[in-house]
Design a protein around this ligand. Structure first.
Ligand code: ADP
Length: 404
C-alpha cells in the first residue's frame, strides 16, 4: 500500500499533467484545473498512505461546497469527473508498471477510489435534496405572500367600496324624496329602481368580498340555532322565482326526501350557500333547463343535491372551482348579472360556500360527466350539512379533546 503511495509521489508530475489534459477543454481552463488537481492528488496520496478516506473526503466536500471542482463540458455531476481521474490513473499504472505490480496497485487504487465515488454521489444527492427543499420552501413562501396580498387586496377594496356606495344610496334617497313627483313618474321610477338594483348587487359583491377575507383568515362567525332544511328550501324557492322565470328554468324540489328534523346551523348562511349554488345552476343551464333539489341522509349528514342539466364542468376544472377567483372558461363572457347564461362572475361564490359549510363542520363537492355546451351533461353539487341535535359547544369539545 505504501508502495503505491511512493509510486504516486514519484509519478506525480505525469499524473497531474494527464489528469489536467483530460479534464480541460481548452488552454484557458487548464490553469483553473491545475490547482484543483494538485490538491486532489495530495489528498489521494495521503489517503493511500494512511489507508484512511478522510483526506480525500474533505477535498470532495470542498468540491461540492465551493463549486471548486474541475467541470467537464456540460456535466452537472462531479461523479464522472472523479471517474475520469481514476481512469487516467489506472491507465498510467498499466502503462508504466510491470504487470504484477500494476495489478497490486490497481486493487489498492480501487480500494480508495470506489468508496470515494460512493461518498461523492451521496454528497451530491444530499446537496440536491437540500437545494430542492430550499427552492420548495421559497416557492411556498412566495405563494403564501401572493395569497396574503390577494386577501389583503380584497379586504381593502371591499372597505374602500363601502363609502361611495353609501353616498350613492344617500343621494338616491334624497332624489326620491326631495324631487317632487319623481316616484310617481314612470320614467323616474324606472331610473330609481335601476339605481336601487345596481346598489343592491354592489352590496352583495362587497359582502362576498368581506366573506372571502373572513374565510381566508378563519374568522367567519356563525349564529347557530335550530334550522329546518325544508324551511330554507321554501325561502330559496321564493327568492329564486324571478331569475328562474327570467331564464325559463324549472326548479323542482323533491320535498319527500328533505328531512323534517332540524339541525343546528346558521340559517342565513346556509340559505346563502343554497342561493349561490342554485344561481350558478341557473347561470350554467340553457333556457328551458331543469334544476332538481333532492336530499339523502348519510351518517351524521344530510347531502342536499342540486342537480342541473346545464353545460357541465370538465374534469380539469372540477378540482379548482372551489378556490378563490376560480372562474373558469372565457373571460369575455364575464357578466355582473347573477343569472345570465354562462355569465361568469368574480369566482367567489363556491369559495364562500365551501368556507361556510366547513365552518359548520360540513363540506361541499361537485361531480359532472364533463363540459359540453351542446350535449349539456349537467352537474351535481353535493351540499353536506351536518345534522346536530344540539349546538356544537367548542368548550366542551376542547375538554373531550384534552382527555382523549
Ligand atoms: P362565478 O362567479 O364565476 O360563478 P363561482 O365560484 O360561483 O364563480 O363558480 C366557479 C366556477 O365554477 C364558475 O366560473 C363555473 O365555471 C363553474 N360552475 C359553478 N357552478 C356550475 C354549474 N352548475 N355548472 C357548470 N359550471 C359551474
Amino acid at each position: 500500500m505504501t508502495d503505491l503511495a511512493q509510486w504516486l509521489t514519484d509519478n506525480e508530475d505525469t499524473l497531474i499533467q494527464e489528469a489536467v489534459a483530460e479534464l480541460s477543454q481548452n488552454e484557458a481552463q487548464k490553469s483553473q484545473v491545475v490547482a484543483t488537481v494538485i490538491e486532489f492528488f495530495d489528498s489521494l496520496k495521503e489517503s493511500v498512505k494512511t489507508q484512511n478516506l478522510d483526506p480525500l473526503s474533505s477535498v470532495l466536500e470542498h468540491w461540492i461546497s465551493s463549486s471548486s471542482a474541475p467541470m467537464v463540458g456540460e456535466l452537472t455531476s462531479l461523479v464522472p469527473v472523479l471517474t475520469r481521474i481514476k481512469q487516467v490513473n489506472s491507465e498510467q499504472i498499466q502503462r508504466l508498471c510491470p504487470p504484477e505490480e500494476a495489478v497490486e496497485f490497481l486493487i489498492a487504487l480501487d480500494a480508495i477510489y470506489n468508496p470515494a465515488i460512493t461518498y461523492l454521489s451521496r454528497l451530491e444527492v444530499d446537496t440536491l435534496m437540500a437545494d430542492m427543499r430550499r427552492e420548495l420552501y421559497e416557492a411556498q413562501k412566495q405563494l403564501e405572500r401572493l395569497d396574503k396580498s390577494k386577501t389583503d387586496f380584497v379586504a381593502v377594496a371591499a372597505h374602500e367600496l363601502r363609502t361611495p356606495i353609501t353616498l350613492v344610496e344617500g343621494y338616491t334617497n334624497m332624489l326620491a324624496t326631495s324631487v317632487k313627483g319623481v316616484r310617481e313618474d314612470p320614467n323616474g321610477r324606472m331610473l330609481l329602481e335601476g339605481i336601487d338594483s345596481g346598489v343592491k348587487r354592489l352590496r352583495e359583491i362587497i359582502r362576498d368580498m368581506i366573506d372571502v377575507s373572513l374565510i381566508s383568515l378563519d374568522m367567519i362567525q356563525l349564529h347557530l340555532q335550530p334550522t329546518w332544511l325544508h324551511q330554507l328550501l321554501d325561502a330559496l324557492e321564493n327568492s329564486m322565482r324571478n331569475p328562474l322565470n327570467e331564464r325559463q328554468v324549472e326548479l323542482l324540489i323533491e320535498r319527500s326526501t328533505i328531512p323534517r328534523q332540524p339541525t343546528y346551523g346558521d340559517p342565513e348562511r346556509l340559505l346563502d350557500v343554497l342561493q349561490k349554488i342554485v344561481s350558478n345552476a341557473i347561470k350554467y343551464t340553457p333556457d328551458g333547463g331543469k334544476i332538481i333539489i333532492a336530499a339523502r341522509e348519510l351518517t351524521g349528514f344530510t347531502d342536499v343535491m342540486v342537480i342541473d342539466n346545464g353545460i357541465g364542468i370538465s374534469a380539469n376544472d372540477l378540482p379548482h372551482i372551489f378556490t378563490m377567483f376560480s372562474s373558469v372558461g372565457d373571460s369575455s363572457l364575464h357578466s355582473s348579472s347573477k343569472t345570465k347564461f354562462r355569465g361568469g362572475g368574480p369566482g367567489l361564490g363556491l369559495f364562500i360556500s365551501k368556507g361556510i359549510l366547513e365552518a359548520h363542520g360540513g363540506n361541499i363537492w361537485a361531480e359532472s360527466p364533463g363540459h359540453d355546451e351542446k350535449l349539456c351533461p349537467g352537474s351535481t353539487f353535493h351540499i353536506m350539512v351536518p345534522m346536530r341535535s344540539a349546538p356544537q359547544d367548542d368548550k366542551i369539545m376542547a375538554v373531550f379533546d384534552r382527555n382523549s
